[in-house]
Design a protein around this ligand. Sequence first.
Ligand code: THU
Length: 136
Amino acid sequence: MDQENLLKTALEARKFAYAPYSHFTVGAALLAKDGTIYSGCNIENAAYGPSNCAERTAFFKAISEGKREFLAIAIVGGMEGSEATQYCPPCGVCRQVMAEFCNPEQFLIILGAKNQMFKEYKLKELLPLSFMLEKN
Ligand code: THU
């Protein structure tokens, strides 16, 4: 797992964030099992509700291109125009999307902050007892 490269891709994606309402910009980089990396940024909307988080942008890009297996996601966020000083943990909705496609024991969520600092969690640590239905 190349955390550094994934975090770098997330930082690049953060530059494309569209966040004129919150001014909080987020970038994500999702690593698929085949090695492909899908980036994503948050995309806000004047009606607020249609806004999309960086993590889900990355997941939906990957899934819409046929990927279903994932190893890790790197996330960086902070106020527009400033470095990602604090860790930006994924919101509950994004965690539920991760639970749909990722192994909770294996999927890694890598949170980046400044000075190359990062923290790593397994999905099951951030979303214990997740709601699931049998797939058929
Ligand atoms: N946001 C993300 O993109 N990912 C997160 O993990 C937390 C929040 C976005 C949503 C909204 O555009 C802005 O950050 C402020 O909540």
